[in-house]
Design a protein around this ligand. Structure first.
Ligand code: KG4
Length: 348
């Protein structure tokens, strides 16, 4: 059981990848991002997402097999994301995976997308495998989820804190939209914040109510930013943004203050997590928001001070991808955790 084909369609990326578990090497990583299809709507439109997956899935699978210089006949196991995510999108990937498994008589494994992110830290830029010592803390932050985990072994991880409302990526995206940036807003916010040297202009709230907990709340932060814009007279609660007053200077200041605030919240939580779980040897920072260099650098510095190892994969393995799904599939195959062809979306 050494060649695993991973398939990922949980949101707006159609992805396929091949992992060789004997060589501990990723052989390919193919992806089609739908960002261009959704950006005019300012967010992911589920119907457009599933239709696009349907159009691209076979092309992307072929691409992953070609890149890996293999055919479907060489594949031993198909690992497919079946939860959580947009139901129509998940259905496309799982139906493809089940059809291939049925026709080609392959083993199949249903994978939790969040487990994929948690173990993406084992993938290196050059497609090789890197060992992250257990136990470690994983901070997984994307557009749909924000969670902190104690990771004790492959497949053995416990959620020790999570967002009580919005994900951090969602906060970046929503505030970016309010101040007039495109979708997704996280990367734009970072670029704009860099222009004012990541200065904190407005001191947005750091969520003091949750200071002693590993849980997060980003919806309150979003509201705080909104009301601060209302107070400045640049946002009208009935009519929306007062565009002529939202200057490039203000956009940079809001971006920078927001990023500094979110970074500090993460730093606080990581410190608390290491206090609560001193046996943890490392921190991994994963998920789309881990593409953020400012936060990554701050968490790296913090880990250096705390004598902990810091690992964050390259951006292509932080954001949604099938390489992490194939990798999780490889250790599940070793543990004989196969699914059957009745596997369904959104179910364990
Ligand atoms: O993991 P991901 O690709 O998709 C899911 O949400 O599952 O994460 C996408 C999220 C978006 O909210 C996007 O704004 C955010 O990651 N993101 C960033 C950066 N790059 C992407 N957030 C902050 N800074 C970045 N550089």
């Amino acid at each position: 059981m050494s060649i695993i084909l991973g398939i990922e369609t949980s949101c707006d990326e159609t992805a396929a990848a091949v992992y060789d578990s004997n060589k501990k090497l990723l052989l390919s990583n193919a992806i089609f991002s739908q960002v261009k299809l959704h950006e005019i709507y300012g967010g992911v439109v589920p119907e457009i997402a599933s239709r696009s997956h349907l159009e691209k899935m076979d092309i992307i699978i072929k691409c992953a097999l070609d890149q890996a210089k293999i055919t479907l006949d060489n594949v031993d196991v198909i690992a497919v994301t079946n939860r959580p995510g947009l139901v129509g999108s998940l259905l496309v990937g799982t139906c493809f995976a089940k059809s291939i498994a049925f026709v080609k008589n392959k083993k199949i494994i249903a994978i939790d997308h969040l487990e994929g992110h948690v173990f993406s830290s084992f993938l290196k830029k050059d497609f090789s495998f890197q060992n992250v010592p257990f136990p470690h803390i994983a901070l997984s932050v994307s557009g749909g989820n924000t969670g902190i985990y104690l990771v004790e072994d492959f497949g053995k991880f416990t959620l020790i804190g999570q967002t009580l409302d919005d994900a951090a990526g969602e906060a970046f995206d929503k505030i970016a939209k309010i101040i007039g940036f495109g979708y997704p807003g996280g990367a734009i916010i970072e670029k704009e914040a860099a222009k004012v040297n990541f200065k904190d202009f407005f001191g947005y709230p750091r969520g003091n109510k949750l200071k002693k907990s590993l849980n997060f709340s980003f919806s309150g932060l979003k509201t705080a930013v909104l009301y601060s814009l209302v107070k400045m007279g640049v946002y009208d609660l009935n009519k929306g943004p007062v565009w002529e007053k939202i200057t490039p200077e203000l956009q940079k200041q809001v971006s920078s203050s927001l990023l500094v605030c979110i970074s500090e919240i993460f730093e606080q939580k990581v410190k608390l997590a290491f206090q609560k779980y001193p046996q943890a040897k490392a921190l991994t920072f994963v998920g789309g928001v881990a593409c953020n260099q400012y936060i990554t650098n701050n968490l790296n510095d913090l880990c250096n001070k705390m004598n902990k190892l810091f690992v964050s994969p390259v951006c292509k393995f932080c954001s949604d991808n099938a390489a992490m799904i194939a990798f999780v599939g490889s250790y599940k195959a070793e543990q004989n955790e196969f699914s059957d062809l009745y596997l369904d979306v959104l179910k364990k």
